[in-house]
Design a protein around this ligand. Sequence first.
Ligand SMILES: C[S@@+](CC[C@H](N)C(=O)[O-])C[C@H]1O[C@@H](n2cnc3c(N)ncnc32)[C@H](O)[C@@H]1O
Length: 402
Amino acid sequence: MIKRRTLVGASAATASFVGALFGGRKANAAKTKASGFAAADIEPRGSVGRLERLPTQHLEAQHDFITGFRTFANRDMTRAARKRIADIMRDKNMSPVDDLPIEEVLKHVGDDPLVAASARMWLSAQQINWTTLYEEFHGNADAYLAEMEAADNMGPGTLELNPDMEMPDYTKHEIHIQPGGYVGDDFAGHIYHYGTNNFFEGRNDQDELHIGLAGAVPEPTDGKVARILDQGCSSGQLSVALKQRFSDADVWGIDVGGPMVRYAHMRAVDIGVGVNFAQRLAEDSKFPDNHFDIVTNNIMFHEVSPEGTVEVLKESLRVLRPGGVFYPMDFYTGSGPGKGVYSSFRQWWDSRWNGEPWRLEYAKLGFEGFNQLMRDAGFEVNENGPPSGRRAKRNVVGIKPA
Ligand SMILES: C[S@@+](CC[C@H](N)C(=O)[O-])C[C@H]1O[C@@H](n2cnc3c(N)ncnc32)[C@H](O)[C@@H]1O
C-alpha cells in the first residue's frame, strides 16, 4: 500500500523541509486553521488528509507549477483578454456587452494573439494537469487499486458499486478532456480530485470551498433534516462536508462513475466521516418517494444533456418529501456569469476545446430558464435563496409543495 502521508508526516525535519521548499508552511497552517482542523505547526499541504500530498516531490512540484500557471491564466490573462476584446469591439463601434452569435464573435476576436494566448495557456495547463496525474495513477495502478480495495468494505459509511448499470450516453464523454472521463477510468476519482485542485487554484485542498457550500445549503422551514442526497458527488467533498454540518443526518452521495464513489468512500473512511456512497444515476436514484429532506447538486447541470436535466429535476422532486429543499449549485443557479462578447467566446471555447459539450445549451438557459425548468418539474421556486458561491448574490432554491 502506498502511504503517501507518511512521506512527509513521519519526521518534523522532513515536513519542515518540504514546507519551506514549497513556501506553503505558514499559509497551509493558516488554511488548516480556517477550515476547522487542528493546525500543526509544520503540516504541509494535504497532511491532514483532505487531499493527500502527491507521492513524489517531482509531481508535487509539477502541480504547484500548474496551479500557479492556471491561476495566472484565470486571472491576469483573462483580465487582459477581456480588455482586449472590449477594445476590439469599441474600435469597431460595437458594444462588448452585446450577445452576438458565436460566428460573429469569432470573426471579430478569433484571430487576436492575446485572446488566443490566453485560451492556449488555459488549455495547456489543463492538458498537462490530466497527463501528469494519469501517468502517476496508471503507472502505479496495482498499489492504488489495492489501496481502494482495502477501503471498499471499511466504515464509517458504506460503498455500493453497480458496474452493470446502464449509463446515459452523455455521461460517457471525456468531460473537460479528462482521460476516460468520469466513468471510463479506474482512477477517475483520484485524477478528478487532484486535477480540480488546480481548477480551484489550490484553494480547496482542505475542502474549504465545499465546506462553504455545505454551510450555504438552506434547511427546510420545519428544521427537520434526517436524510440528505448529494447528486453527482464526484470525490465526495460536498457529501462529507454536509455530513459534518448535519451530523445526525443519513447522508448519501451518488454518482454515475463507479471509480468516483470508490475514491470518495476511501477518502471519507480515511478522514473518519460516515457517508453512504453509491454508484447510481441522479435521474434514476432508486430511493423511495418522499425520502429526503434536502437534495444538493453541485456543478453537475452544466455537464448534463438538456433531456437529462429535465429527468434529474423530476427525480429530485420525487425523492424529496413535501417541504423538502432542492439546492442546485452551478454557473446559472446563482444569477450567473456576465454576458457579452467575452463570455460568449469563453463559453464557446470551453465547449469546443475543453470537452464541455452541454455548456452552450446550459448557458442558453440562463438563470430564468433553469428556474423555469424547476417550476415545470413541479417545484415551488425561490429565486432569492442564499448564495452558494462568492460570485453569486443569490441562488435558486426549489421546495417540494405540500
Ligand atoms: C463536475 S462533477 C461534480 C462535482 C461535485 N458535485 C463536487 O461538489 O465536487 C460532475 C459529477 O456528476 C456526475 N454525473 C454526471 N451525470 C450524472 C448522472 N446522471 N447521475 C449521477 N452522477 C452524474 C459525474 O460523474 C461527475 O462526477
